[in-house]
Structures are given as C-alpha cells and as structure tokens.
Design a protein around this ligand. Sequence first.
Ligand SMILES: Cc1cc2nc3c(=O)[nH]c(=O)nc-3n(C[C@H](O)[C@H](O)[C@H](O)COP(=O)(O)O)c2cc1C
Length: 184
Amino acid sequence: MKTLVILAHPNIEVSRVNQRWKEELLLHSSDIKIHEIYEAYPDWNIDVSREQKLLEAYDHIVLQFPLYWYSYPPLLKKWFDDVFTYGWAYGSSGNKLHGKKLSLAMSIGDKKENYSPEGSVSFTVDEVIAPFKASINHVGAIALPYFAVFGASFQATDEEINQSAQDYIRSIFKVQNEMGEPTA
Ligand SMILES: Cc1cc2nc3c(=O)[nH]c(=O)nc-3n(C[C@H](O)[C@H](O)[C@H](O)COP(=O)(O)O)c2cc1C
C-alpha cells in the first residue's frame, strides 16, 4: 500500500463529492490509506510526530479537500504549518519529503470555464494552486498534476460525481503503476 490520502473536509457528513470519493477509496483500502484530519483532530491539536511518521511511510501522497476561498480548508493549512517543520521537511538536514510525489484532489464549486483568464475567477486552477506547488518545491518533493471535479456546489450530477470517483481511483492507480507498485 503506497498511497496515503490526507482528507480534509470540515463537514464530511454533508459533503456530496468528498464523501463519495471517500466511499470509493475505502473499497481499495489494501492499496490506499485514508487519513481524515478533521476526524483525527477535532481539537485541532495536531500530533506532529504521528503525522510525520505517516508521511515518511508513503511515497505517494494525495491531499483531498473541497476548495474554500481558492485555498485549503483551514485545518489543512495548519497541518502544513505544524507538520512541515525545519530540520524535517526543509533546512540543511530536512529531507524527509525529498522525491515523494504529492498531488491534490479537489472538489471545486464553480464551473470549469470560469477558471481561466477570461472567466469570472480570472485565474486557472494551476495558478490558484501555485502556493502548493511552491511549497512542494521548497521541500524537494514532486508535484503531480491535480485531480478535480468542477461544479461541485450545484451543477455536478450524481452520475458525474460517481464517474469522478472512478476517475479519481484510476488516477491513483496510474501513479502507483508508474512507481512500480502492485495494484488491485
Ligand atoms: C467556505 C466556502 C468557501 C468556498 N470557496 C470556494 C472557492 O473559492 N471556489 C469555488 O469554486 N468554490 C468554493 N466553494 C464551494 C466548494 O468548493 C464546494 O461546496 C465543495 O467543493 C463541494 O464539495 P463537497 O460536496 O465534498 O462538500 C466554497 C464553499 C465554502 C463552504
């Protein structure tokens, strides 16, 4: 099992997309480990050493979350601040994430066409996630292309969300295959 999914949803019980993705991930629990940080840390008191050990054990890490204000939900931002420490993630001896592959799996409320210079958002998703890519570069990891479903607030139908769940799993197995990991 070589993929770790860090799932950060403040209200997973009312989620359509992330909940559906979680159900699909759980069907593949021998290949994919899910770690839900809002469930693990209801008091936001993150166990840094536990998180670091978990990250050290996996070569492929996916951060899954709903896009909130063009960024991470707040506990995931705190998770970065707390867990990616000097001497562990960066600095002259901080090499624990070197060479690991990290990617984002996001549910995005707005429509795809709005994420362009001409659209109402004015920025592409790749531009929106520049802070993630800069952080990944800073710790010597490799940022893989993001996975997303758009129209997650209203437009996406149940069928499209089901399809996105299948596509999400396939995208994880594709990375595992490329890394030479046995898959289901
Ligand atoms: C606080 C908040 C901020 C949001 N900000 C954005 C945003 O910046 N861009 C966007 O496209 N959608 C935004 N949305 C919509 C969410 O991305 C959408 O509700 C979510 O992806 C749906 O996924 P879920 O069914 O798993 O909850 C926001 C929603 C909330 C509640």
